[in-house]
Design a protein around this ligand. Structure first.
Ligand code: PHE
Length: 473
């Protein structure tokens, strides 16, 4: 059954594979390629990675399944799906507000994610120019001092005209897919870009492994030092697992709404979560050998991708070409995520106001441009504008950081927490059982996790996220 009011009466994924690729496309993004490697390296190597995998399997996976089953049962936008499941379970239609909050989160994330996507576009351009100058086998940025290469990043983010335009371009590319609907647009992005992404990721990883620093990378990422696994590190891993799996933002409810009855949601969720986790780990195995082979120390956060790596490509044979391939790969991953981020509010707008899809997506686009412009300027002209700076948690943060903190610390965990409480305790058991495709021990485990472990873990993320002082982090 289609989304009512979508204007594309027979729209939906054309196959299970298309759905799986689109869901993996939504999950695999900047979170896997930028945040996971940086956090894994800094926060304890093997102990962090193992704990992260545990978080994905025991907490992320049940939430992922809960979200998809609400969407598949509701067959509508996230709030409407939530309302339908609530009403059929004899509870209040107000549960739709949980999904409403998640849709809002998605929109807020769209408001900064495409800014970073735009930065990636700029680096694709820089490496393309460089490739024309140096040729296929040359190292990147020949003759340019390393400090200047690293300085490209502050120069870019400080240039408001540039970042605002880049954000606009990235949003427009995203819009071009979303306005064409599920089978005609969103699915096309996934089916073409995700396989290309995987080929690039594996190819660059193999090439980088020959640079001589692979075993050092294995030590860095996998040496097991349990004492590094402190409270703040564990919560960072849990939060990262949620962001990476795109949970708490109604993304999986929305994508689940276009899934046919014949798809086994339990098994499919496992495939999606495993693929996302494998990509995060392979991203570490791709990035660090390049950095170490150049004799560099990995710095954390965004600097790893936008400063350390371009510098490292200066030392790498064919660095110009590999650098270009690398940023194209990141761009593909970011684009399939931003498509999901735009689709969630779009599905709601077209249903709520009975609009044609291009118009609904256009409204979300305009909102994204407004929010994104403010975010894009927050690393330059508007750096001194701290919209929620009067609240401790947001002190000193510009629009981009404020949106990130607001969603990851507050709105995403709240929505995910209420979703698992709903599925674990409120929703009709037969409805949940008939949708999730689980039997026997797996079914019992799912119920146990969704009722107890998931709510407790999410509560912990929420409390510590809002009051970081509690764990001394
Ligand atoms: N999971 C994506 C990433 O890792 C981000 C994202 C969050 C995408 C929420 C869609 C919805 O980058």
């Amino acid at each position: 059954m289609p989304l009512s009011g979508s204007g594309t009466a027979s729209d939906g994924w054309s196959s299970r594979t298309a759905f799986v690729l689109a869901a993996i496309g939504s999950a695999v993004g900047l979170g896997n390629l930028v945040r996971f490697p940086a956090e894994a390296g800094e926060s304890g190597g093997g102990a962090f990675v193992l704990f992260y995998i545990g978080c994905v399997l025991l907490i992320g996976l049940p939430v992922l399944l809960s979200e998809t089953l609400i969407g598949r049962h509701g067959q509508a936008s996230a709030p409407e799906s939530f309302r339908r499941v609530a009403e059929q379970s004899g509870s209040s239609p107000r549960w739709e507000w949980v999904a409403g909050l998640a849709v809002l989160s998605c929109f807020l994330i769209l408001g900064f994610y495409c800014v970073i996507g735009g930065w990636v576009l700029h680096y694709i351009w820089l490496f393309l120019e460089d490739l024309f100058a140096t040729g296929i086998s040359g190292t990147a940025f020949q003759g340019v001092p390393a400090s200047e290469v690293e300085g490209l990043f502050p120069a870019m983010i400080g240039n408001g005209m540039l970042t605002v335009s880049l954000n606009l371009v990235f949003l427009l590319i995203t819009f071009a897919f979303v306005m064409r609907g599920i089978s005609g647009g969103i699915e096309k992005a996934a089916v073409w870009l995700m396989p290309a992404f995987f080929v690039l990721l594996i190819g660059i990883t193999i090439y980088g492994a020959f640079g001589g620093a692979f075993s050092r990378t294995l030590d860095y990422l996998f040496v097991f030092e349990p004492e590094k696994l402190t409270g703040p590190v564990m919560l960072a891993a849990l939060g990262q697992a949620f962001f990476s799996l795109s949970l708490g933002v109604a993304g999986m409810i929305t994508y689940g709404a276009y899934v046919g009855r014949n798809v086994n949601l339990g098994g499919t969720s496992l495939v999606i979560a495993s693929a996302d986790t494998c990509v995060a780990i392979i991203a570490g195995l791709c990035i660090f050998p390049i950095v170490f082979a150049a004799g560099l120390a990995p710095n954390g956060g965004l600097g790893l991708m936008f400063q350390t790596l371009p510098h490292a490509f200066q030392e790498m044979p064919a660095g110009s070409l590999i650098g270009l391939a690398f940023f194209i790969m990141v761009g593909f991953a970011a684009l399939t995520s931003s498509v999901a981020l735009m689709e969630v509010p779009t599905a709601w707008v077209i249903e709520k106001f009975a609009l044609a899809r291009p118009l609904g997506a256009g409204i979300v686009l305009v909102g994204g441009v407004v929010l994104g412009t403010l975010s894009a300027l927050s690393t330059g002209a508007l750096a001194g504008f701290h919209p929620l700076g009067f609240i401790g948690l947001f002190e000193g943060q510009g629009v981009l950081d404020t949106l990130d903190t607001l969603t990851s610390r507050l709105t995403m965990p709240v929505a995910a927490l209420l979703t698992v409480i709903f599925i674990g305790w409120i929703a009709d058991r037969r409805l949940v059982d008939s949708e999730n495709g689980l039997t026997g021990v797996l079914h019992m485990t799912f119920m146990l996790l969704v009722r107890w472990l998931c709510p407790l873990a999410l509560l912990a993320i929420l409390v510590v996220g809002l009051f970081p002082g509690l764990l001394g982090g």
